[in-house]
Design a protein around this ligand. Structure first.
Ligand SMILES: *[C@@H]1O[C@H](CO)[C@@H](O)[C@H](O)[C@H]1NC(C)=O
Ligand SMILES: *[C@@H]1O[C@H](CO)[C@@H](O)[C@H](O)[C@H]1NC(C)=O
Ligand SMILES: *[C@@H]1O[C@H](CO)[C@@H](O)[C@H](O)[C@H]1NC(C)=O
Length: 228
């Protein structure tokens, strides 16, 4: 009797582990979409900019769908839409909103790169660009990553200026501290030298060795006359 119960418990445990595995699998091995480290990009009008996007899928993919959307305060549009048949093929573009946009990169050789290049940038191109990927092999899970593009008339090196100012201030403060330390040391040195000289004078004039207590001149001065 207790044996049957044990077997039942073991089976239940197996079942539990299996279910847990099924539950965890899509979470730990799911599709990931990345636009790289910089989530904000600035570019100058009239130039071109690459908006990076890569994805990874541990399951592999088949008939994967991808698209880029654009969203600003007053507009939402799909910029480019396409599919990738499998891991050995390059993406096929099905829809393209603008001639200034081209799909760059490759999905062959595990590059999984679906970056787009935007040319002849206009100020109105400023906005949020989202790269979406949907993998039918993974329950049609959809993943996305967003990058903010700001079109400017010239790149201001604000960050550099700020860094330089901070560096200059920090450098200045450190320099000042070192200078103060040096001055202090120098002054202490001068004082010591003067006192040593004074002491020497006192010692030689009194003809008495009172350096043993290491006291500065003032005390020695008091003592000296009594002995002379
Ligand atoms: C960028 O915009 C500025 C200001 O509107 C303009 O003077 C300049 O010619 C533009 N640059 C290009 C390359 O279009
Ligand atoms: C576009 O962005 C706005 C503001 O961030 C947001 O409220 C809106 O839901 C977005 N639209 C779409 C379709 O994603
Ligand atoms: C994606 O492809 C573009 C164009 O070939 C390239 O410049 C970029 O470095 C690639 N990105 C990655 C992460 O490989």
């Amino acid at each position: 009797m207790p044996r049957a119960g044990d077997r039942g418990a073991a089976r239940a445990r197996w079942l539990g582990t299996g279910l847990l595995g099924l539950f965890l699998l899509p979470v730990s091995l799911s599709l990931e979409v990345s636009v790289g480290k910089a989530t904000t990009i600035s570019a100058v009008n009239g130039t071109e900019i690459l908006l990076p996007c890569t994805f990874s899928s541990c399951f592999g993919f088949e008939d994967l769908r991808f698209w880029w959307s654009y969203n600003s305060s007053d507009t939402f549009k799909i910029l480019i839409d396409g599919t990738v048949k499998n891991e050995k093929s390059d993406p096929k573009v099905k829809l393209k909103e603008d001639d200034r946009i081209t799909l760059e990169g490759t999905t062959k050789e595990k590059m999984n790169n679906i970056s787009i290049l935007l040319r002849n940038l206009e100020f109105s191109d400023t906005g949020k660009y989202t790269c979406h990927v949907k993998n039918p092999k993974e329950n049609n899970l959809q993943h996305q990553a967003t990058i903010f593009l700001q079109v400017v008339d010239k790149l201001e090196e604000v960050d550099n200026t700020v860094t330089l100012i901070i560096l200059a201030v920090v450098g200045g403060v450190i320099g000042l501290l070192i200078f103060i330390l040096l001055v202090k040391k120098f002054v202490a040195f001068i004082i010591k030298k003067t006192q040593e000289k004074k002491k020497e004078c006192l010692v030689s004039s009194s003809g008495n060795d009172n350096t043993e207590n290491g006291l500065p001149g003032s005390k020695a001065e008091e003592k000296a006359p009594t002995k002379v």
